[in-house]
Design a protein around this ligand. Structure first.
Ligand SMILES: *[C@@H]1O[C@H](CO)[C@@H](O)[C@H](O)[C@H]1NC(C)=O
Ligand SMILES: *[C@@H]1O[C@H](CO)[C@@H](O)[C@H](O)[C@H]1NC(C)=O
Ligand SMILES: *[C@@H]1O[C@H](CO)[C@@H](O)[C@H](O)[C@H]1NC(C)=O
Ligand SMILES: *[C@@H]1O[C@H](CO)[C@@H](O)[C@H](O)[C@H]1NC(C)=O
Ligand SMILES: *[C@@H]1O[C@H](CO)[C@@H](O)[C@H](O)[C@H]1NC(C)=O
Ligand SMILES: *[C@@H]1O[C@H](CO)[C@@H](O)[C@H](O)[C@H]1NC(C)=O
Length: 746
């Protein structure tokens, strides 16, 4: 069997060529004809010679390949034969509204398939790999197949990147909604009503283009908060009713196109926000059978269907204001994210009759609030300061974050404040000596600059968002420091790549100048706490220049120019959100990494629209690892080892630019991923070090500090990220696969 005869191979090849050329889909259509009763008119079970002209069948111009099967509402029963999987030219399969049964065939890898309608039939199973490779799929409808054996939406759904409509009502779905919506940018209609879906709304719903969202009437019920809805700005019809959602209705200010919002029969709490009442296009709303608090919302006359009967925990009728004490306590509950336990306890309009509250004998003023051991998260609302007769306040043994509001020091009667065993942070306000303040045990960060409230405090919506804005400048400082460190680390890594390149091609005339990176570092840092202004200003200056120039081409390592463009590109992100979040900064960093890898600008108007936007384009590239080398800036000319590093950095970049800010890593993580690369690429000899201009035998943080001293620059605020880099780098050096988890940038 050693050598194959060349003639044999030759004839095999022609046989293959010949058989593909003559193959048509007739045999498959004949199989289909034999599995349907009654036979659609004009069809034959014996000969397929004319199958391209049979009713409901369409072929391509070769008259041999089927492009469309359309058998909707013909009252046929029978099955779909597995051979349908061979119809590789099939674009549309419509068999809805029949009595078809049995197993659904696999349609995996039919990349031309755009529309599949299977709804209103009696199919019994769907293959788990059903969505594999259906990259052209736009419409998938499988609803109302009540006899399907229970199935879950697979994560393979992420491969259907063209999907606009997914309809799967009442078809035995169970399990959670997979978090794949970053991969489905065209999705507009998601209809999953009347199933047994459980778990939370996936975070990747955030900023999606979904207009029509039906997840109502789940048997057990979806759970958790619906916060993400507030960022789904394309929504028009939202059916969330008959589930187990909790927490408040989010701020819906950005959801201007909602006309139909069904929230009834859940466990929502909190005050119905003004942003809901004033939705400009709202027509249909239902709120009944929840735990809403505060006054009954009053909708304008344009809202025609208000289903508002049924139990809630409103404190006054429509148009009637609630008691002032009740409103203060609700603001306080808002600080904790309106927990259900509190909504259950604080019912009705008489605050003095509520559990955990003690009033004076006249029942006019609250003198004690005991909220100890309630497992509350969130923040201490500054609204406590409105309870002017308060003598004791117990908040101990919860999981509260953020700081102790300064306003509490103004409570004239306060005697005892117990906040021990929480996770508070920030400065401890100065209370009068008459106040017994208990902060320990627990609260390890109280009295420090760490802000424990930045993550949980920021997501609470409701009337009392009073939080820790004082801390945000600190965070900003820390974030800037983090970006700088990470960028510098990456520059060091790249410098070394270039160094190796230069060594291999000594005559190329391309020269590495580390000074560029150093200058960039200086540029950013010298802005101090004002780093953003500096970098954005830089952009305005450099916009006139030629940004698209290959960064390494002129022998000058002009990172500044390139990065400046990026920061400019990011300025709209800041302007749009009106706030600086660390997640935006991580995004910024991701864009910088992408630019360095590809040698392209963040937005390149000279390129076709599909590829002009670097982040979108690069994230698409990232879905297949094999594509990455094709887009690497050619001047990097990576060897195998370098390529591996670039994969890691590319993946990090994708991770950092995740559409959902919650999926983006923090800067500390980015530093952790990059730091070991520096270790790995440490040059072998002292001489190489000198050529690089940075002494890599010293720890990187050490090097940074040395530069700072040299240049007389002081690093921005607490440089926790620097120390983190040093302490956590070794533990990460074993490899990077484990730094990314399942739903990263895919
Ligand atoms: C679809 O194609 C991919 C890649 O060629 C392959 O790995 C996968 O097994 C195929 N799926 C099915 C169900 O045939
Ligand atoms: C659907 O299929 C089930 C079992 O497969 C069968 O018992 C039932 O009669 C079918 N219903 C219809 C309407 O065909
Ligand atoms: C729904 O799903 C839950 C959790 O997966 C399961 O315990 C329950 O039995 C299911 N209910 C029905 C009616 O299928
Ligand atoms: C409002 O809801 C009712 C009842 O569900 C429905 O009949 C009506 O068509 C809806 N109106 C709009 C504009 O969606
Ligand atoms: C605080 O949260 C942690 C982690 O979620 C949990 O283990 C702990 O029990 C909570 N503590 C209290 C007092 O609720
Ligand atoms: C307390 O806050 C710190 C800082 O945000 C956090 O790392 C830690 O996990 C928190 N502890 C608990 C028990 O929630």
């Amino acid at each position: 069997m050693g050598h194959h005869h060349p003639y044999l191979l030759f004839s095999l090849f022609f046989l293959l060529l010949f058989s593909t050329a003559t193959a048509d889909d007739g045999a498959t259509i004949l199989k289909l004809a034999n599995s349907l009763t009654p036979l659609p008119s004009g069809w034959s079970t014996k000969s397929s010679t004319t199958f391209c002209s049979w009713q409901g069948i369409r072929c391509d111009s070769s008259k041999s390949r089927v492009t469309s099967i359309s058998l909707s509402k013909l009252s046929v029963s029978g099955t779909l034969p597995p051979e349908i999987s061979t119809l590789s030219e099939l674009q549309s399969l419509s068999v809805q509204g029949n009595q078809l049964s049995g197993d659904l065939p696999s349609l995996a890898n039919l990349t031309k398939l755009q529309h599949i309608f299977l709804d209103f039939n009696n199919f019994t199973s769907i293959p788990p790999s059903f969505f594999q490779g259906l990259t052209g799929l736009q419409t998938f409808s499988v609803g109302n197949n009540v006899n399907l054996s229970p199935w879950q939406l697979p994560t393979d759904l992420a491969q259907c990147t063209s999907l606009t409509t997914l309809t799967a009502n009442d078809c035995q779905l169970y399990g959670s909604i997979p978090d794949v919506f970053l991969s489905l940018p065209s999705l507009q209609n998601l209809r999953l009503s009347y199933n047994n879906l459980t778990g939370v709304l996936p975070p990747s719903f955030a900023n999606s283009g979904i207009q029509n969202l039906w997840v109502n009437n789940q048997k057990f019920g979806l759970t958790g908060s619906v916060e993400v809805i507030g960022s789904m700005t394309q929504l028009s019809q939202v059916w969330l009713h008959m589930n187990r959602f909790t927490g408040p209705i989010p701020d819906l200010t950005e959801c201007k196109t909602i006309f139909d919002l069904q929230l009834r029969d859940n466990q929502f709490t909190g005050i119905v926000p003004a942003s809901l009442v004033s939705l400009p296009n709202l027509v249909n709303i239902s709120l009944s059978n929840n735990k809403f608090q505060g006054p009954v919302p009053q909708f304008p006359p344009s809202v025609i269907t208000v289903k508002n009967e049924g139990s809630n925990k409103y404190c006054a009728g429509p148009g009637v204001p609630c008691d002032a004490l009740v409103m203060i306590l609700l603001e306080i509950a808002g600080g904790f994210g309106y927990p259900s336990t509190l909504s259950d306890k604080w019912d009705g309009s008489d605050a003095c009759g509520w559990p955990l509250i003690t009033c004076d004998v006249g029942k006019k003023n609250i003198v004690a609030v005991n909220l100890a051991k309630q497992q509350f998260t969130g923040i201490i609302s500054p609204s406590f300061a409105k309870l002017s007769s308060l003598r004791s306040l117990y908040l101990n043994e919860n999981n509260l974050t953020g700081s102790i509001p300064d306003s509490l020091t103004k409570l004239p009667e306060l005697e005892t404040l117990d906040v021990s065993n929480n996770n508070l942070s920030g400065k401890i306000p100065e209370f009068p000596s008459s106040v017994k303040l208990i902060t320990k045990p627990g609260n390890p960060f109280l009295g420090t600059d760490v802000d424990t409230g930045s993550s949980s405090g920021g997501t609470i919506s409701g009337p009392s968002n009073g939080g820790s804005s004082a801390g945000s400048n600190k965070i900003l400082g820390g974030v800037i420091a983090g970006i700088i460190v990470a960028v510098v680390i990456f520059i060091v890594v790249l410098s070394f790549v270039l160094y190796k390149y230069k060594k291999r091609h000594p005559k190329s005339g391309k020269e590495l100048k580390w000074d560029g990176g150093k200058a960039f570092f200086k540029n950013v840092v010298s802005g101090g706490g004002n780093g953003y202004n500096v970098t954005i200003a830089l952009d305005i200056q450099s916009n006139g220049g030629d940004n698209s120039k290959n960064i390494f081409e002129d022998g000058n390592y002009s990172v500044e120019t390139r990065l400046a463009g990026t920061f400019g590109y990011l300025a709209p992100e800041y302007a749009a959100t009106g706030r600086v979040t660390s997640k935006v900064d991580v995004f910024a960093f991701g864009v910088v990494l992408m630019e360095i890898i590809t040698g392209r600008k963040a937005v390149d108007d000279t390129r076709p629209e599909e590829v002009a936007h670097l982040v979108t384009w690069f994230r698409r590239i990232l879905t297949t690892k094999e594509n990455v080398p094709k887009v690497i800036d050619e001047s990097l000319n990576p060897d195998e080892e370098t390529l591996a590093t670039i994969y890691t950095v590319a993946e990090l970049a994708g991770h950092c630019t995740a559409r959902d800010p919650y999926q983006r890593p923090d800067m500390g993580h980015a530093v952790n991923v990059l730091a070991p690369l520096v270790q790995q690429w440490r040059p072998a000899s002292q001489q190489e070090d000198l050529e690089l201009g940075a002494d890599l035998d010293t720890d990187l943080p050490e090097t940074l500090r040395r530069w700072q001293t040299e240049e007389g620059i002081s690093m921005v605020s607490d440089d926790t990220s620097l120390t983190q880099t040093r302490s956590s780098a070794p533990s990460m050096s074993s490899g990077f696969a484990n730094t990314f988890t399942s739903n990263d940038c895919r």
